[in-house]
Design a protein around this ligand. Structure first.
Ligand SMILES: [Zn+2]
Length: 321
């Protein structure tokens, strides 16, 4: 389903605000401060700003109070377009592309992109366990980028990053859990240890699930097999990739999209931001068209994530927008 860029929500500030209100308040507006439903839409100039008055706490509010958009000076139409672009590009969209397409500065585009990733990340503790009875969850790990690197800038201003030191200890490790035919969750870990995979599996996988992995010792030798209904693995070292319905191709497909995006679109990401990019790829994977979520719906789901995250976000980008 193609996105209709002529939709008034991308051009008309009031239409954009109405769209956001419908998404955030499906049962009608309520006060984000006290939760009261006794609210009144204000008229005149206040109406243009989308202001409401709360009869309980007597304070004014708009739909952006308590969201990632609070105090943003960027028009809502621009925000909605940015959400649409980042939600519908399979490999992501760089700050440079956003800057050109939205007509905002590069710096603004960069912060918008991070704010959108924040919206795409699940709220803490909001996720149900993956899998379930008869369902398969695949686990796999990969590496992306270096933990120690040197930044160099050539005379023409081009920035390059070079690994500082070599070997496995200098790699950033990512562990992925992918429910077959369902969602993905990835984790950037300092080291893939037994304790770490045990923690990730116990916190994220339903105990009734079947877990499929490759022959990595990480799973077979840890307590992971006791945390699920059954654990099966294929032996990649023996050229075995599929045995019956045992394989880890879904996790490998996830990594392949992630790596193509990180290489082709984002090019470089510092280690402290890696989890944000992972959240972005997790979100698009978990809401892909193969599981019935099309572009418009995917952007709307991302927009629903703008609430309840402002505080965690402000730590990283105080008052830039
Ligand atoms: Zn109130």
């Amino acid at each position: 389903m193609a996105v209709n860029l002529k939709d008034p929500i991308y051009k008309d500030e009031k239409a954009a605000r109405d769209h956001l209100e419908a998404l955030r308040w499906p049962d009608g507006a309520y006060c984000p401060r006290c939760g009261g439903f006794e609210v009144k839409k204000l008229g005149g100039k206040a109406a243009d700003l989308g202001q409401y008055n709360c009869r309980d706490c007597r304070k004014k509010f708009t739909v952006t109070v308590g969201t990632l958009f609070e105090r943003s000076h960027i028009p809502l139409t621009t925000w909605l377009m940015a959400f649409q672009l980042m939600s519908s590009s399979k490999k992501g969209m760089s700050a440079h592309q956003l800057h050109r397409m939205l007509g905002v500065t590069y710096k603004t585009a960069w912060f918008m992109a991070h704010r959108i990733r924040e919206a795409m990340a699940p709220a803490k503790g909001s996720q149900e366990p993956m899998g379930g009875k008869g369902k398969v969850v695949e686990a796999d790990e990969t590496y992306h980028g270096k933990t120690k690197e040197i930044r160099t800038q050539s005379v023409d201003g081009r920035v390059k990053y070079k690994a500082k030191g070599r070997g496995g200890a200098n790699k950033r490790t990512i562990i992925a859990l992918v429910e077959r035919g369902g969602s993905a969750r990835t984790f950037h870990v300092a080291h893939a240890t037994f304790a770490k995979v045990e923690q990730i599996v116990s916190e994220n996988v339903d105990r009734e699930s079947r877990l499929h992995t490759d022959e990595s010792r990480l799973y077979a030798k840890s307590k992971v097999p006791t945390m699920v209904a059954e654990h099966e693995s294929v032996r990649h070292t023996a050229d075995e990739y599929v045995r019956g319905d045992v394989y880890s191709n879904s996790a490998e497909n996830y990594f392949s999209v992630f790596k193509r995006g990180m290489k082709g679109v984002y090019q470089h990401c510092s280690e402290k931001h890696l989890h944000r990019y992972l959240a972005e790829f997790d979100f698009r994977y978990s809401n892909r068209s193969k599981v019935g979520v099309e572009d418009t719906e995917r952007a709307n789901r991302a927009l629903q994530g703008i609430a309840g995250k402002r505080l965690t976000y402000r730590r990283t980008s105080e008052a830039v927008l």
